[in-house]
Design a protein around this ligand. Structure first.
Ligand SMILES: *[C@@H]1O[C@H](CO)[C@@H](O)[C@H](O)[C@H]1NC(C)=O
Ligand SMILES: *[C@@H]1O[C@H](CO)[C@@H](O)[C@H](O)[C@H]1NC(C)=O
Ligand SMILES: [Mg+2]
Length: 260
């Protein structure tokens, strides 16, 4: 038996007698003291963080409301700095990518923006409705949309301006119904989105289809009309699933609601 085998055997023995305390072993490698909470006390919100990660990674799907116990956690996430920072990280990556491209400059290179929780933020509404803890109420939400007062998501607005500055055209593709075209136009302009190649709302013929099907079919139409979708950004997985989706997709955070 060579020296190496002996060493490995010895290490295996050490691991075996240490009772498989993997966390203890990791602490010998890195001096970090993870905050599990002392003596088994859970750190408030830790399980809600797992839930949020599951949602963002699309492991948790087709959920209707956020877990009631996570309302405070998500409120802090949305209104505190983290949501802003996470959105900023996405927008920055998107622009790094856009900047790296050689654009054709023939007016056919487009970037698709979703509207709700992407271009515009409905946080003032959701803050008043439990950050997604209350079941979706179409009447109340429609009332909010019709005020036309949704602020921009600041990171998306910055990205929008930068993309225009390098010669890209922007298409807004939203699940909002066609009868909200006027108020959406007014809201987008007031929020700082002053120009676009197209504003696509969900027409009567698409009502009843899922967002994935509707949005894919609209993107397909764009490509058939000669547009090249070089980027696509949205807060829902249904914005960035299907075919075609565009050369690259960017997922903004949204732990408040899920749209199929
Ligand atoms: C939307 O605006 C256009 C022109 O600005 C107007 O003709 C039309 O009636 C409006 N539609 C609705 C549903 O308000
Ligand atoms: C986008 O993807 C298509 C198909 O893969 C490719 O031909 C094209 O070069 C890509 N465009 C950019 C700008 O990367
Ligand atoms: Mg959205």
């Amino acid at each position: 038996m060579g020296m190496l085998s002996l060493l490995l055997l010895f290490l295996a023995f050490i691991v075996a007698i240490s009772g498989g305390s993997e966390v203890g072993d990791l602490r010998k490698i890195h001096s970090l003291r993870p905050q599990f909470g002392a003596a088994g006390t859970p750190v408030p919100g830790l399980s809600c963080l797992s839930w949020r990660l599951g949602v963002e990674a699309h492991n948790i799907i087709e959920w209707r409301t956020i877990p009631q116990v996570c309302e405070d956690y998500l409120g802090h996430y949305m209104i505190g700095h983290q949501y802003k920072k996470d959105s900023e990280a996405v927008a920055k990556e998107a622009f790094v990518y856009a900047q790296s491209l050689k654009l054709a400059k023939d007016g056919k290179d487009i970037w698709v923006f979703d509207i709700d929780e992407t271009a515009l933020s409905n946080l003032p509404y959701y803050a008043d409705h439990g950050f997604g803890a209350e079941p979706y109420n179409p009447t109340l939400f429609k009332g909010w949309v019709n005020t036309g007062k949704a602020p921009p998501l600041p990171e998306s607005l910055k990205l929008y301006k930068k993309l225009l500055s390098i010669g890209l055209k922007v298409v807004f593709l939203t699940g909002r119904p066609e009868n909200q075209r006027n108020i959406t136009t007014i809201n987008l302009k007031n929020a700082g989105y002053h120009t676009w190649e197209k504003l696509i709302l969900k027409g009567a013929s698409a009502s009843g289809t899922t967002a994935v099907v509707y949005k894919s079919s609209e993107r397909e139409k764009m490509e058939r009309n000669g547009y090249r979708i070089i980027g696509n950004i949205g807060d829902q997985w249904s914005d960035i699933l299907g075919t075609p989706v565009g050369n690259r997709t960017f997922k903004l955070p949204d732990p408040m609601y899920y749209i199929n």
